[in-house]
Design a protein around this ligand. Structure first.
Ligand SMILES: NC(=O)c1ccc[n+]([C@@H]2O[C@H](COP(=O)([O-])OP(=O)(O)OC[C@H]3O[C@@H](n4cnc5c(N)ncnc54)[C@H](OP(=O)(O)O)[C@@H]3O)[C@@H](O)[C@H]2O)c1
Length: 245
């Protein structure tokens, strides 16, 4: 029983990992920041009394992805679950005027995920087992003027995961797309959000754990975002383009 978390410094990642640790899973935390990594792994070892490891991983260092996966497999050869949580919101305004910001948003939410996912997918496909979960977003369900750089990267990611899920289905490998709404993390810090719609990382982490263990394909979290997005997606474009969303 084992989990690899890519983007371990995220509170959502740690909340999901806590559920795995409570169920006795060994955990590999992968993250770019070495100091944070050892703190997280030590904390989990003490609190949950499970084996924890740390591997340095930079989502933007595409050429280093293969080695990062090899390092993880050297620690736990029979890895079962992989949770990809890294991502970057950035700011829409900056991304519109500075392509390097748009590029970062695209690479951290799409290209970087595709790069590491393909390496893990090939490994699980050859073993004919495994579970991959990736955090996309409800923002990827419809393009909005206020965050379409981030939203389009997440939208592309959701479509990529749909295809990957179909490819890996026949090998017995599950692919889960997680679509959170607003979550109370550093990513949304300082934003004016409707409190009633903001979920805790613990709630979202629990939902992710349950969906991964139960082999689900798509998980809106909290669940009510499925209904919200159903309505948002049903608004005709002629009206939607006039809304200040
Ligand atoms: N919070 C929300 O409302 C919300 C809603 C929908 C979806 N999501 C998605 O949920 C996921 C987790 O987000 P969060 O809310 O927990 O935000 P967060 O606190 O900003 O976490 C983002 C994570 O990505 C990591 N990361 C950034 N650049 C990286 C790189 N080059 N290499 C490796 N890791 C890197 C960060 O590490 P550092 O700490 O080292 O930067 C951090 O662990 C993201 O994919 C986000 O898009 C969040």
């Amino acid at each position: 029983m084992s989990l690899l978390v890519l983007g371990a410094n995220s509170l959502i990642a740690q909340a999901a990992a806590a559920n795995f640790a409570q169920a006795g899973h060994e955990i590999i935390f992968a993250e770019r920041n070495k100091d944070e990594l050892s703190k997280i792994a030590e904390d989990f070892k003490i609190r949950h009394k499970v084996n924890c490891y740390s591997v340095q991983f930079d989502a933007l260092d595409f050429s280093g992805h293969k080695k990062a996966v090899e390092d993880c497999l050297a620690l736990i050869p029979d890895l079962q679950y992989v949770l990809i949580t890294f991502g970057y919101l950035g700011t829409q305004e900056s991304a519109q005027i500075d392509f390097s910001e748009a590029h970062r948003v695209i690479d951290l939410n799409y290209t970087g995920v595709v790069s590491i996912c393909e390496i893990i997918a090939a490994e699980f496909e050859s073993k004919k087992k495994g579970n991959i979960a990736v955090i996309s977003s409800v923002a990827g369900d419809r393009g909005r003027q206020s965050n379409y750089m981030y939203g389009s990267a997440k939208g592309g990611l959701s479509v990529y995961l749909q295809g990957l899920r179909s490819r890996l289905f026949k090998s017995g490998v599950n692919v889960l797309t997680v679509k959170p709404g607003f979550v109370d993390t550093p990513m949304t810090y300082g934003m004016k959000l409707p409190g009633i719609l903001v979920a805790s990382p613990q709630k979202v982490g629990r939902d992710i754990y349950k969906a991964m263990i139960n082999g689900k394909s798509i998980k809106y979290t909290p669940f009510f975002w499925w209904y919200i997005m159903k309505i948002v997606k049903s608004i005709p474009e002629i009206i939607f383009k006039k809304l200040k969303l």
